[in-house]
Design a protein around this ligand. Sequence first.
Ligand SMILES: *C/C=C(C)/C=C/C=C(C)/C=C/C1=C(C)CCCC1(C)C
Length: 249
Amino acid sequence: MKLLLILGSVIALPSFAASGGDLQASDLTGVSFWLVTAALLAATVFFFVERDQVSAKWKTSLTVSGLVTGIAFWHYLYMRGVWIETGETPTVFRYIDWLLTVPLLMVEFYLILAACTNVAGSLFKKLLGGSLVMLLFGYMGEAGIMGALPAFVVAMAAWLYMIHTLYLGEGKAAVSTASPAVMSAYNTMMLIIVVGWAIYPAGYAAGYLMGGEGVYASNLNIVYNLADFVNKILFGLVIWHVAVKESNA
Ligand SMILES: *C/C=C(C)/C=C/C=C(C)/C=C/C1=C(C)CCCC1(C)C
C-alpha cells in the first residue's frame, strides 16, 4: 500500500513535464529518450518490489538501485521534453541527474563489497572524489565554461583514477577474501565501470571533439541514453542477480 502511494506520486507529480505530443517517428533521439524513460520507471518498480526476495544485508543495495533509476526517471521526463520541444541537448538536467546518481552508484559499489567482506572506508571517499572531479570537468566542457578538450583530459584522468582504485587498490584487497558470488559481482562491476562507462566519453568525444556541432547533438544524446540504460538498469540487474543468488544460498 505504502509502495503504491509512493509510486503513484512519482508518476503523478511530474506529469506536467510529460509532454511529448510532437514526437516524430523519424526522431530517433526522441524515441530513445522515450524508451529509456519507460525502462527506468519499470526498473524502479522492479527493484523496490524485489527487496522482499532478498536477505536483510542485500536490501539496501536494491534500495539504492531503485533510487538511481527513480532519480533518473524523474530527470528523463524533463530531458525528453526539452529535446522534443526544442531539439536542444538538456545538459543541465543531465548533469544534475549524474551528480546525484553517480555518487549513489559509488555507494552501491561500496555496499556490494561491504556486504560480504571487509572494505576500507577510504575506498568510498576516493571513488566519490574521483566522480565529482569527472563530472565537474565534464560539465564545464559541455557548457563551454572551459575548452572541451582540456576538460575531457581532466575528466578522463579522474575516471582512470577510479578504475585504478577499484582494480589495484582497496577494491582488489577487499574482494580477495570474498565469496565466489561477490567475486563475480565485483568482476561485473569492473566490466561496467570500464566498458559501460566508456560509452560516456565516447559520446562526449563524438559530440564535442570531432567538429561539426549540431550534427552530433542527436548522436550525443542517443549515446548518453544508451549508456544510462546500461549503467543504471543493467548494472542494477547484476546486483539484483547476485543478491537473489546469495540470499538463497
Ligand atoms: C548514471 C550515470 C552515469 C553512470 C554517468 C557516468 C558518466 C561518466 C562516466 C562520464 C564520463 C566523462 C568522461 C570520462 C570524460 C568526458 C566527460 C564525461 C563527463 C562524459
